[in-house]
Design a protein around this ligand. Sequence first.
Ligand code: OSB
Ligand code: MG
Length: 375
Amino acid sequence: MENIGKIDKAELFVVKIPLVSPFVTGSGTVEYRESLLLKLTSGEFYGWGECAAFRDPWYHYETIDTSLHIAETYLLPKLLRSSGLIPEMIPELYSWISGHNMSKAMIENSIIDLYAKKNDVPVFHILGGTRKRIRSGISLGITKDIDTLLGNIEDAVRKKYHKIKIKIRKGWDVNVVSAIRSSYPYINLTADANGKYSGDDVSIMKVLDKFDLKMIEQPLGPESLLEHSNLQKQMNTPLCLDESITGVRAAETAVSLKSCKAICVKQGRVGGLISALKIKDHCVENRVRVWCGGMLETGIGRAFNLHLQSIEGFGFPGDISETSRYFKEDIVKDPVVLDRDGYIELPHGNGAGIDVDEKKIEKFLVFRKKMVSEK
Ligand code: OSB
Ligand code: MG
C-alpha cells in the first residue's frame, strides 16, 4: 500500500444543519447539528473527516471551537509538515497532545479516507471489515408524552430496526419502559441515561432490571467507573458505558474494574478508527460486548461508523440509523437507507465511499478556514 505522500492543503468547514425534530436526551437537546468538517488534499486525491464534537459541552468537554483550536494550532500544522504517513502513524504523531480525541479523530478519519482512495480500496478493507451489510439501530429521544414515543417506536418497528434505544432520565424511565414493554414485550430494547443518575438511584435501576432491557447505557457520570462496577454487581441487565470511554486506556480500565458488560464505541470520541479497533479487540478478548455508537453525524461521520460496524466483533447493533431520521438535507449525495430487513448496505466505492456535495456545504456554512503546506 502506498503512503499518503504530502498533504498540500487542509480546509476546515463548520456547517449548521437543522434536524428534522429536536433530539432530547437527559443531559442536553440538539436542534441543529453544527459540525466541524475537514477536507485534506494531496495531489489529485482528497480525504474527508467530521468531528464528533457538538457546539456546547453537554455530552463531552470538547466543542466545535476547542476542536477547531486544537486542529488549527497543533494537529494540522504538524500534518502539513509531515510526509510519507500511513494511518497507523497518526496516534503516535499526536500522542504528546493530551486528550482532544474528537479533534484527533477528525484528522485520522480524513487521512484514512485519503489513504484508502490513493490505494483504490474501501475504508472497511483497511480496517478488516467483512460484513457487506450491517444491522441498523435507532436512538429515540425524550418526547412530550409517552404516546408520542410509542408512535416513534411503532415507526421503528415497522422499518425493522434491529435495536431500539430510548433515552431515559428521572421521571421518564420506569413509567416509559413499562409502557413500551406492555405493547412490545420482545423488541430488542435498550435505555440510555446519559449519566444523569447517581449512586442514590439504585432502587430505580433495580426496577428497570425487570424489563429485559438488553443494556442500560451510562446510568452514572462519565468518571464513575468504580460506581458503575458496584452497580453492575447488583444488576442482571448489562451496563454499557458510553461517555466514560474516552479512549483506549479508559476502556481497559472499565473492563478490568468490571464497570460494564458492554461498551458503546464512538470512534469519533476515542481518537479515531484505529483506537476504536484496539478497544474492540480488548472487548472481544474479555467477552465484553461492543458496538458502534453515533453522534448525530452528517453523512461523512455516519459513513465511517458504518465501515467500523462492518467488522466482525461488533456484536450488537449500533446506533446507525437512516439519514432521514435526522436530516431532510445532508451534505453527502447518497443517503443511508434501510433495506426491507432493516439492514444498511456498506457504501460502494473506494475511501469512505461517500460523495460530498460541496454546494450543500456552502448552503449550511457558518465558518471556513484554509491552511496550505509551506512546501
Ligand atoms: O448518548 O449515544 C448517545 C446522540 C448525541 C449524543 C449522545 C448520544 C446520542 C445518541 C444518538 O444516542 C446516536 C445517533 O443516532 O447518532
Ligand atoms: Mg449514549
